[in-house]
Design a protein around this ligand. Structure first.
Ligand code: HEC
Length: 226
């Protein structure tokens, strides 16, 4: 259904470059506008420089710090120190992080090794914490739609933060930082350390046995329950 609408749009707007879906072989709309087939989807080739692991360490993670570091509450025995953006320079930093995340997320669509050659992650031993790069790759290849959904989720938080910067809404930045954390963690749990979920469940059961309390992992850390 969506595809039909898109095709119709492509016919009426045959001169635009945005209708270059590759799935139209034999489609009458295609034969009516053969010039579209030659329109490249990108301005040039995308070539990776580093592995996913290095892209995380040297790009995605530092980008996210612009957002994570912008809000926070640290309580010491003496006082409570709250961090929130105030000056133009503070908001500029957050915008830098948001743009890096929103744009940089798509670098994860460029096929690249998951780790540098010879790096097997913590994937060996009896109870390995992490999947090996080969295992991560196999997971992605089995379901590329999921990988792309995680990328879109990260990009969406970048867009959310950009909108917040425009409105200078420091309060909403808290929620956005939380959403960002979720976007990172949900991909890591799916691809990097999927054993962790099981581990946390086991830990909860053990705490319950020992102390009769159930750790609530849906509650935000450091925040008052609502
Ligand atoms: C689309 C999936 C995905 C998203 C979204 C994602 N990551 Fe990752 N990240 C990975 C994978 C996969 C690895 C493990 C790669 C490996 O070690 O083979 C990883 C590894 C890492 C590492 C380890 C790097 C190292 O040197 O060991 C850090 C740090 C990291 N991610 C931070 C983040 C942060 C912060 C975010 C959110 C702002 C994020 N990631 C979002 C997939 C993702």
């Amino acid at each position: 259904m969506k595809l039909t609408i898109l095709t119709a749009l492509c016919v009426t707007a045959a001169s635009t470059a945005s209708c270059s879906s590759p799935t139209h072989a034999g489609d009458p709309a295609r034969t009516a506008a053969p010039a579209l087939a030659a329109t490249p989807a990108l301005w040039g080739e995308m070539k990776p420089v580093v592995s996913v692991k290095e892209l995380m360490r040297d790009f995605i993670d530092p980008a996210s710090d612009y957002v994570f570091d912008a809000v926070g509450i640290v309580s010491t025995q003496k006082n409570i120190v709250e961090t929130a953006p105030k000056s133009d320079a503070d908001w500029d930093k957050i915008r830098t992080g948001a743009v890096m995340l929103a744009e940089g997320a798509y670098l994860l669509k460029v096929p690249r090794p998951f780790a540098p050659a010879g790096d097997e992650n913590n994937s060996t031993g009896p109870d390995p914490e992490e999947l090996s790069p080969a295992q991560i790759k196999a997971k992605l290849e089995a379901d590329p739609v999921l990988w792309n959904a995680k990328i879109e989720a990260l990009r969406n938080v970048g867009l959310e933060v950009l909108a917040i910067v425009k409105r200078r809404d420091a309060k909403e930045l808290w929620d956005a930082a939380d959403n960002l954390d979720q976007a990172c963690e949900s991909c890591h749990l799916a691809y990097w350390y999927p054993g962790e979920k099981e581990f946390l469940k086991k830990l909860d059961r053990r705490l319950d046995e020992l102390y009769g309390i159930r750790a609530d992992r849906t509650r935000k850390l450091g925040m008052d329950p609502k």
